[in-house]
Design a protein around this ligand. Structure first.
Ligand code: CP3
Length: 373
């Protein structure tokens, strides 16, 4: 199995036949800027809502036929340059011993608040606890057009731990932050367990055929930059190392993407994470992010998702300003597609977004980034 997956996943030699998105992750010079959308498979699509009338969210995540059909929906409708597996960052929690319900916000069966709660948690082996995710990936690799690579993903350890302690979503995650400061040793033990679980989860996705691996650390920005260094980055780095490591030993090297949510306060620290691509929200100009990240890291983002709620005719202007900002920092070259940028929103697409507006954004990225700068 490993051999077959490694074969399916061996990074092809750089060249025109290699998908645009993967070449972008490697920082290559391109004919245009690639584009995909965080949460591109979801409630803003009528075809997703139609399926959800018949199946609940967890059934969609746990049934490979459904997960793969939903993954393909935005590829068909929008013509994006990458697919992202339809699933959720909280799916591996059941393997750790915590059940999650979505109503639609996540609700965990038992919040993890103290040492004995942490002691009850297990490290989940993805092959045993989430085989349906790996099956969906294998299936998708047979269904996706070869120019549309599949992104696998997981929640980063810090963000997973935030949900585990809080027992669900929260505005400020006070219970989680209280644990970090009152009981740092317990918090680190919890982060360790999440790191092992997420490491297995993402590694097995790559072995199953995911062609890029993304870590979502949506809540990292809750902390001060110093505490990000203590509680966030070392754990994300360990996962990224594990995932990159299998490329070396098993020949299935994949690019890695780290999204740190509101990360403008500690962007320099992202240089050393070991991620090829850093996802950015809209609170920073890409020209500034380029300076702070240095020349070698690829940037992904960062249009405010709310722009797609405004008039469709305004969208190209906003797209152009993001492209221009990314391009300003591009090293020594004035072409739009000089490399170093993958277009995306700065966070997930909003459920009330008109699908035509998402399409307008994708088209605008193509048109504008193919023009001479
Ligand atoms: O990007 C994609 O299209 C792939 C699918 C995907 C989902 N969630 C589907 C989903 C991905 C990559 C995620 C990541 C995720 N999930 C994150 C990190 C990125 C981010 O947006 O910050 C987080 C924090 C979660 C946790 C989560 N899942 C929340 C807070 C919620 C409820 C709030 C909401 O948006 O409804 C979910 C549910 C969820 N995950 C839905 C979808 C399509 C909605 C479920 C439904 O159909 O009712």
């Amino acid at each position: 199995v490993i051999e077959a997956a490694a074969q399916a996943n061996t990074t092809p030699k750089p060249g025109a036949a290699d998908p645009l998105f993967l070449r972008a992750c490697r920082g290559e010079r391109l004919e245009r800027v690639p584009v995909w959308i965080m949460r591109q498979a979801g409630r803003y699509l009528p075809e997703y809502r139609a399926l959800r009338e018949r199946y609940d969210f967890l059934t969609c995540c746990r049934t490979p036929d459904l997960a793969s059909a939903i993954t393909l929906q935005p590829v068909d409708r929008l013509g994006v340059d990458a697919a992202i597996l339809f699933s959720d960052i909280l799916i591996p929690l059941s393997g750790m011993g915590v059940e999650v319900r979505f109503t639609p916000g996540p609700q965990l069966s038992t919040p993890i608040r103290n040492a004995s709660d942490v002691a009850k948690l297990r490290v989940a082996d993805a092959r045993e606890t989430t085989p349906f995710v790996l099956e969906a990936i294998r299936q998708l690799r047979g269904e996706l057009p070869t120019h549309v690579p599949l992104i696998g993903f997981a929640g980063a350890p810090f963000t997973m731990a935030a949900y585990l302690v809080e027992g669900g979503g929260s505005r400020s995650f006070d219970a989680f932050k209280a644990l970090l400061y009152r009981e740092p040793r317990i918090a680190h033990r919890l982060l360790d367990l999440c790191t092992e679980t997420v490491g297995s989860y993402l590694t097995e996705q790559v072995r199953a055929g995911a062609q890029a691996a993304m870590l979502f650390d949506t809540w990292a920005g809750l902390l001060s930059p110093d505490d990000v260094r203590a509680f966030v980055l070392p754990y994300a780095q360990r996962v990224l190392k594990t995932v990159s490591g299998i490329g070396v030993t098993e020949g299935c090297a994949v690019p890695t993407i780290y999204y740190g949510g509101e990360s403008a306060g500690w962007l320099e620290d992202c240089r050393d994470l070991g991620a090829h691509v850093i996802g950015l929200d809209w609170r920073i100009r890409l020209a500034e992010a380029r300076i702070r990240l240095g020349p070698h890291i690829v940037m992904q983002g960062n249009l405010d998702p709310a722009v797609l709620l405004g008039p469709a005719d305004d969208i190209p202007r906003h797209v152009e300003s993001v492209l221009r900002s990314a391009n300003q920092g591009a090293s020594g070259d004035s072409a739009w597609a000089a490399g170093g940028h993958i277009f995306n929103l700065g966070h997930g697409i909003l459920p009330q977004t008109p699908p035509d507006h998402a399409r307008r954004m994708v088209d605008a990225v193509r048109e504008i980034s193919m023009r001479p700068a």
